[in-house]
Design a protein around this ligand. Structure first.
Ligand SMILES: Nc1ncnc2c1ncn2[C@@H]1O[C@H](COP(=O)(O)OP(=O)(O)OP(=O)(O)O)[C@@H](O)[C@H]1O
Length: 613
């Protein structure tokens, strides 16, 4: 009977160089001990089942170790020296062997069954912890990690961990038991033959080390090219509109071809080198086999051992060398699984949004007075974007933030909602420092209508309900009617129950904005943040949006990152931001008389509009 095989049967050789996993180089974990410890903490709740699996492996490996012994016995029993056959003895041995084989299959089935549950539960927990962690990370984390990278940790890396747990744990235990058991059986059968069969081990080690050295370099290169290829695919798909608009399809294809050719070339080399391992290994193993057979033959002629013992011994020596080869392979699977676990733990170790203070209170019944007091902030603390900004907005008034692109307008509202934490100064709402209140209660005060409205896949109704989850259908329809969104919603095939495509992309930008306004009306926040869209919608829709916005802004403190002339002119205060500072503030008329920064900005941006009108 062969020792247990791992699930990745196609994978062979020292570097795990074949089969589906083989195209990946082995990425080693950086801190093996710590990663193992942490991973073990996920295994802990499965300790009992793991012990049962261990017992099952012990039994099935033990049974497996009996087989060569009985085969040897069968040979010796069958051969009675006078060409007569001992059918009775043979029958008993065949019976025993059949029972052993059936038992072994049953044990293997049970092991796989239990291990499947263990690995899926562990990976389930890991996935849940990771996803929950992502929800609690600050926005700044997502500024520096691409979506692709985060996705790959949630999918590829977790998959690697799962494969390692489900396949390698059993493989590791069964290989270890088989190697040890076979070795003991070999020693019991014949010490001389055992020593002879060990002769090839240094040869195997030397050969695999040399080949592995070469393949490692090639696989690393292959992985890096694969990364480029994925990057190129990701970019060309997300930028498909730009690619088509500029007729760059051929260039994109050409670049893909270049990278793909490189990948193919390195892939071939890597596969060829890794392909050497198995045949070489077989040659060496067969040399060992030959040595044992010849030596065994000599010993048998001298009547020092029986033919049956030689047959048993040869089986054991196969059972000894096979898991040895497989262990090298499993070792690689384990390494990439641990590296995957490490990458998952890296995210789990990321600093979460700064915890609310222990005695953080709930911000309630907000009137909406907002004060920035000498606020300084930089996405990178060494390079402040806003410096000592101070201003006060009365409750219920609206303030238009204007200024050149990159001036820091969005940054101001990002600080207000505590998406980022200020470096210096304080922000007060109704005279209360926002850091002393829980983030949840703070964010409840805000409603946002952003330039790019994000709609989730789901129905129109569900998307509006996002503003206030407990809202009834009537409330949703009332909000949509106020926002004048119901006009287009009712024209949709299933009205409020129409399912929106991914990101709401089957709606026009104007329609998406009206939905966002409906959401905000439903949420009924004390403070509103409006980031006006720069792209123009048709005049009728623009009028509707404008009307809905005015309704929404009524009696609410409103921060508008303003782009439309009408919004700016109607604002209670206009604040001109430039280079991280407030360079001017006041009403439209006041600032026009001043003939300062606002006047210049107004002239440069809106004069055409005024002339056209
Ligand atoms: N997440 C971020 N990480 C690092 N730097 C950022 C980040 N967001 C913005 N910045 C930088 O901060 C500065 C201010 O950006 P901000 O988005 O506040 O400008 P803005 O006035 O809103 O511009 P626009 O009118 O173009 O939207 C810019 O120089 C920008 O490059």
């Amino acid at each position: 009977m062969e020792p247990r095989q791992s699930g990745n049967k196609g994978v062979t050789g020292i570097s795990g160089l074949r089969g589906p996993r083989s195209v990946m180089p082995v990425i080693k974990p950086k801190n093996l001990k710590e990663t193992l410890n942490r991973l073990w903490s996920y295994f802990r709740s499965e300790k009992k089942l793991l012990f049962i699996v261990f017992l099952l492996i012990l039994i099935s490996s033990g049974l497996g170790l009996l087989v060569p012994y009985f085969i040897g016995k069968a040979i010796d029993t069958m051969y009675l020296g006078k060409m007569a056959v001992n059918f009775k003895g043979l029958g008993i041995i065949i019976g025993i062997l059949t029972v052993v084989y059936i038992m072994d299959s049953l044990m293997s089935f049970l092991q796989d069954w239990i291990m499947a549950g263990i690995s899926q539960r562990i990976v389930f927990n890991l996935r849940e912890t990771l996803f929950a962690k992502l929800q609690n990370l600050p926005i700044s984390f997502f500024d520096v990690h691409t979506h692709g990278e985060i996705m790959s940790r949630l999918s590829n890396d977790i998959d690697n961990v799962s494969t390692t747990i489900s396949q390698s744990t059993v493989q590791l235990m069964s290989s270890a038991i088989n190697i040890l058991g076979s070795f003991i059986m070999m020693l019991i059968l014949s010490r001389i033959l055992t020593i002879a069969s060990m002769v090839t081990i240094p040869m195997v080690l030397l050969m695999t080390r040399n080949v592995a050295k070469r393949t490692k370099v090639l696989f690393k290169e292959q992985q890096s090219i694969l990364g480029n290829l994925n990057g190129h695919i990701e970019e060309s798909i997300s930028g498909i509109q730009v690619v088509k608009a500029f007729n760059n399809e051929d260039k994109v294809i050409e670049k893909f071809h270049d990278i793909n050719s490189g990948l193919c070339e390195v892939g071939i080399k890597a596969q060829i080198w890794s392909g050497y391992i198995m045949p070489l290994m077989n040659v060496i193993n067969n040399i060992g086999f030959g040595v044992v057979a010849v030596l065994g033959g000599i010993l048998a002629v001298k009547d020092m051992i029986t033919v049956g013992v030689i047959a048993s011994f040869l089986s054991y020596s196969r059972q000894f060398s096979r898991p040895l080869n497989e262990l090298a392979n499993t070792f690689n699977t384990i390494q990439s699984g641990l590296a995957g676990a490490e990458r998952v733990f890296e995210i789990l170790d990321e600093e979460e949004e700064i915890e609310d203070l222990k005695d953080a209170r709930e911000l309630e019944n907000v009137k909406g007075e907002v004060v920035f007091n000498k606020v300084t902030f930089g996405y990178n603390p060494d390079f402040p974007i806003l410096e000592h900004i101070s201003f006060k907005v009365e409750a219920g008034s609206n303030i238009a933030l204007v200024g050149p692109t990159g001036a820091g307008k969005t940054t101001i509202v990002n600080l207000l909602t505590r998406f980022y934490e200020i470096t210096e100064g304080e922000i007060l709402i109704d005279g209360k420092d926002i850091r002393e209140y829980s983030r949840d209660s703070l964010r409840k005060c805000f409603g946002m209508v952003l330039q790019d409205t994000y709609l989730f896949s789901g129905t129109v109704k569900e998307n509006i309900r996002y503003g206030r989850l407990e809202a009834s259908d009537e409330e949703i329809e009332r909000a949509a009617t106020m926002a004048r969104a119901d006009e287009f919603i009712k024209k949709m095939p299933k009205g409020y129950d129409t399912v929106l495509g991914e990101g709401g992309l089957n709606l026009s930008q104007g329609e998406r904005q009206l939905l966002a306004i409906s959401r905000a009306i439903l949420a009924n926040p004390s403070i509103l943040i409006l980031d006006e869209a720069t792209s123009s919608v048709d005049t009728r829709t623009e009028f509707k949006i404008q009307e809905a916005m005015v309704k929404l802004m009524k009696n609410r403190t409103t921060f508008i990152i303003a782009h439309r002339l009408s919004t700016i002119k109607d604002a209670d205060i206009i604040m001109v931001i430039d280079g991280g500072k407030i360079v001017e503030s006041g009403s439209h008329n006041e600032l026009m008389i001043k003939r300062g920064a606002y006047y210049r900005l107004y002239k440069s941006q809106f004069m055409n509009v005024i002339i056209e009108n």
